[in-house]
Design a protein. Structure first.
Length: 331
């Protein structure tokens, strides 16, 4: 026989399907302002698993509630099981859930109490309970998603043009929540905006390892880092692939590549995203000396500029870069 579960709860009920449904499970400490003290209700929930051999005989179960010195707190509670029938003839397990509910339990003094369970005159489980003097513990409130609020604050700080302030926020979050892919992506974006593509690439790689959900944005950021670090072929391959992708978010920030720098632009539609990917692919093609490929992607970007719905200032940045790109292609 083995004990599968043994715990105290405010309320519990054993179900025929073998489950125990409980509220306030896991009680191991109670406080009262004065003694003797009364606990209105306490449930001892257990689940025992009997072997095939044990199922052939009656099993007696005895529960003792004892104070610190071994004195009984309650009369012993005992009952017998015979027979215990498995669900199927060949079943190797026959779990037996049951709940012993105690009402108006009186504790005469603080101390360490225990509930002992015996099967066949042998102790099989012991559940301890510390009873102490003091005020009841404060109610546990539902946790607030401070990570989400801080990410929003960092994003808004970045939008205001305070790149250093955003960097401080995301750096702090990366120290506190190093496993957050969102934090790593935003930190990488801020590092790239500060002109540090090497450190940005490391942050973006950590975001990828954390399965950042907006992969089309992350891949575009990584490609920008590759371009600025001199891996023009890798960046070109990435952008040509992303031209056929689409952004799943309504409004995003991404980088527009120039001859030697990257500038942040706001995109407001999937068409804006494709146009930017084409423009960046064209810039990479120019760096690789592939004029015909650069011309082809520049024409796609030109078409996208006609329907560009991002902020007017961003559309103008896009237009100026496209003209500069066309000039470079003709050289």
């Amino acid at each position: 026989m083995r004990v599968v579960l043994a715990f105290l709860a405010d309320y519990a009920v054993a179900h025929p399907d073998g489950k125990i449904y409980a509220m306030g499970a896991g009680i191991d400490w109670l406080t009262f302002p004065s003694f003797p003290a009364t606990q209105a209700q306490l449930a001892l929930a257990l689940k025992l698993d009997f072997s095939p051999e044990e199922r052939r005989h009656e099993q007696t179960i005895l529960i003792k509630a004892l104070a610190e010195g071994g004195d009984p707190v309650l009369p012993m509670f005992g009952f017998g099981l015979n027979p215990i029938v498995p669900h199927t003839a060949n079943a190797q397990r026959s779990p037996f859930p049951f709940v012993y509910t105690i009402r108006n339990l009186i504790f005469s003094a603080p101390g360490n109490y225990r509930f002992v369970v015996e099967v066949g005159n042998q102790e099989v489980a012991r559940v301890g309970l510390v009873v102490d003097r003091g005020s009841p513990p404060p109610a546990v409130s539902e946790p607030v998603n401070t990570l989400e609020a801080a990410l929003k604050s960092g994003f808004e700080t970045f939008l205001r043009g305070d790149i250093a302030g955003a960097f401080a926020i995301f750096t702090n979050l990366a120290q506190r929540f190093p496993g957050s892919a969102d934090v790593q992506n935003n930190l990488g974006f801020t590092l790239l905006a500060q002109g540090n593509p090497e450190a940005a690439l490391s942050a973006f790689q950590r975001a990828a390892e954390g399965h950042y959900q907006h992969r089309e944005l992350l891949d575009a950021n990584v490609a920008c880092c590759q371009f600025l670090l001199g891996d023009h072929q890798g960046a070109y391959d990435a952008f040509t692939h992303l031209v056929t992708a689409s952004s799943r978010t309504a409004s995003v920030l991404l980088f527009l590549l120039g001859r030697s720098e990257a500038r942040v632009v706001v995109l407001a539609s999937p068409a804006d995203y494709i146009a930017l990917m084409a423009l960046n692919a064209a810039r990479c093609a120019v760096s690789l000396g592939r004029s015909s490929d650069a011309q082809r992607f520049a024409e796609i970007a030109q078409t996208g500029l006609v329907s560009f719905v991002g902020p007017p200032g961003n559309a103008e940045t896009f237009r100026v870069e496209l003209e500069e790109l066309m000039s470079d292609i003709k050289r």
